[in-house]
Design a protein. Structure first.
Lengths: 332, 332, 332
């Protein structure tokens, strides 16, 4: 263990950037700037402070548990913790118990990340991604209703309203631009368009291809959610866009080898993510928890599990000659 | 790709028959006749048209994704799509967005089928069966509540009524016969007894053993649901029978080598499926979605996972001589 | 099959003790004494009779299915059945259908135990533990709402109350002692402190280390649930303690090699279990089922999945010399 203080800071900043699959400390700095800007505007600093606590605790826990050093260095044991740290103060009022919750939740997210890694990734070849955050976040927000020391802000457990029939509302001009950026900012639970723009800049610094995928994801999300006549209030806040943005990036650029075929596959996945966003908002309502990035996580798991489909296919071997190596059989 | 038009039609018809695990184009034709008859009686054609769209889109998607050719040929990438195509117009009113939903849902069902195949089947040896249909169907019907362009027909999200105490009602005469056939027709979401009879004929054409299992499943379902005093209205519509029918067929004939022992095992599984039908109807109620074939899927997964138990056991090897090959140890 | 009657009794008693991971017939006798004492006090004998039926049916089912003999001998195919037998009469009023339910449920629990074993354990290395009980119990209690022949006692399906704000109540004196023992008794769904004390004695007879872990789990559960201001009525009945007790025992002593590091890991897991208890109580409320031991099961699965982390780490191999065997890489 020759971790110096400065190294630890770099690890945390790389972890901060891993929320968008980047591994770039400068990108991490910009993401923290985006969070701080949103806190400055709203006056609520608990989220940004929570994020800092989350990334530190999650990363330290990984070190204490002696998890895979390379993964820790890349920040892969930090990004679920930072999301827990940002999310809990977004949905639970500040109290002494909240900070206990943030610390224990961030530590648990590291254990859960290791568990996803040892099962989902090792056996099925599917990355855990923000699945551990979704699981931890659901349990902790739901749990908060049981504890007097924790006061949930936001939607209480409720039956989904079945009668709501939203008319189709096509956003115009500046509002359209704001939604475009909020779709990106909401990945970090930030409703600020400026924060979204800062995050997008951070992504482009790390990877132009990633930036393009994020832009495409946000555009597809707007088109599909508007065409299906989703609740305009949710669309406006960027709540129909952050999961599709992650899907476009993960399926289109990060976990598959980019190609025209993969781009079309990722576009289908992104459209499906918008539908699953609508579905999970209904399904989690009686538990009083937000759907978090579950629409992305579920879609990505299902589209990446058969990933061998997406590798470049050699031409079929000539029967009886077998010149092309293994036959290009699929995921059945 | 030397698929001719006629070949494609045969693939789609085989896929249609695969809903009952058959691989027989004529059976597929009869299943479409059953659907068309029910549409003719009810005047609602969207379900039959949706089924046709579903099987075509799902099969085409598998071809475009270059999935395993043999599985495509057998219709294994089509039957989840046809069920999506039949189910969505059953539970969602016709609108332009519904047809978008059917097409995207059928395409997604093929990806999900590949995902189940690459994980559940490859790693655990458990067939995905209609699991991808259940997952896709739940997500899309739940999602429909979020979108103004989609109007859900049928039960809205609700808390299960705990006070309902149904008296035991024993169906008599012609009604008993109708329930027997509706239990079969409802696999294709058809409430028509005649449609159920046509489907049963189609199954017998393909396999006598399969036909017998279906008959047994329907009978067991009636006995158990009546004896437990299930809601007579649901029993009458065949809604307590279609999952048990599939369980009896899948566990008794398709996925295990038939024997007396397997028949008893399948009978237990069929009884359990009736109980799980009662359970899932309660559990999914707050989400406002039907339980679809989930009672069958869950039961089948749990009874097939330890399938090594059900292979014929050789006599134990003589200790110290080891004449009998590997010891007949079970699923522990 | 040379099982004699007396052997079968021993197998059942060992299965009874396996609820706490013990393999000791005398411990099993004490556990039945604890159940009988609670029945004597409450006047409700269906639970104790149900437990006896459950262990017999589950064990017989395992024998008929010819499951792994050693596992059967150790009682590993019995403990889920005994819990089903104890739980169903706790939550469902006595009727002829209840006893059908107990018998079929106990038989199904054995199949489900084999299914968990063939998948979770074989592929991921995670013990199924009481997971099959939780799954079977949820399905059967939820199903009971659908059947007129079954009448659920206890909480009906409901939306969680979001406004409940419990003040922090610190239990004192004799009440504290009672909670401490009820936390143990509730593993067998017993609200009697005396029964809890008898169970604890049974555990100490089988293993002192196990007894210490159980004591520690109960103490941690009281501290955390009181500090978070959980509902005092639930804390008093021991309902915040039985899952943490199992977690402390399973993670701290049974499934990992005890050490200081493992003790700290188990302490974190135990704290997390209290939070997950609060969460699952909310999440299962709309289905009208109890959370059973799910908080323990979920926590244990997640903390044991990356268990390679917890084996003693050799010093890192000298690079280029490789003296230390495999590098101590973690669960990524």
């Amino acid at each position: 263990m020759t971790q110096t203080k400065s190294n630890f800071l770099m690890v945390c900043l790389r972890g901060t950037s891993q929320v968008f699959f980047m591994e770039n400390a400068l990108t991490g700095v910009l993401f923290f700037v985006a969070m701080a800007y949103a806190s400055y505007v709203s006056g609520v600093w608990a989220t940004t402070i929570g994020a800092a606590v989350g990334i530190v605790v999650a990363t330290l826990t990984a070190q204490v548990l002696d998890l895979d050093e390379e993964s820790i260095e890349q920040g892969l044991y930090g990004f679920n913790g930072i999301l827990i740290g940002a999310a809990l103060p977004t949905f639970i009022a500040v109290s002494p118990q909240l900070w206990v919750y943030v610390v224990v939740g961030a530590a648990a997210s590291t254990v859960f990340t290791a568990a996803f890694s040892a099962t989902l990734t090792k056996v099925f070849g599917v990355p855990g991604s923000t699945g551990p955050f979704v699981l931890t976040g659901w349990l902790m927000v739901a749990g908060a209703y049981s504890f007097g020391g924790l006061d949930v802000i936001g939607d209480s457990p409720r039956l989904p309203t079945a009668t709501t029939q939203h008319a189709m509302v096509i956003p115009q001009g500046i509002e359209l631009v704001e939604i475009f950026f909020r779709n990106i900012g909401q990945v970090y639970l930030l409703g600020s368009a400026v924060s979204g723009a800062i995050i997008l800049a951070g992504i482009f610094i790390a990877s132009v291809a990633a930036g393009i995928a994020v832009v495409a994801g946000s555009v597809i999300a707007i088109i599909v959610s508007v065409a299906m006549a989703a609740d305009p209030a949710l669309v406006r806040q960027g709540l129909y866009g952050f999961s599709p943005v992650l899907t476009a990036l993960a399926v289109g650029v990060i976990f598959l080898q980019p190609s025209l075929r993969v781009a079309l596959y990722a576009a289908l996945a992104t459209v499906v993510t918008v539908f699953i966003q609508g579905a999970l908002d209904i399904i989690v309502a009686p538990s009083g928890v937000p759907s978090f990035t579950a629409p992305y996580v579920l879609t990505m798991y299902l589209f990446i599990a058969p990933k061998k489909l997406m590798v470049p296919h050699p031409h079929k071997p000539v029967v009886g000659h077998s010149v092309g190596g293994a036959p290009a059989s699929g995921g059945s």
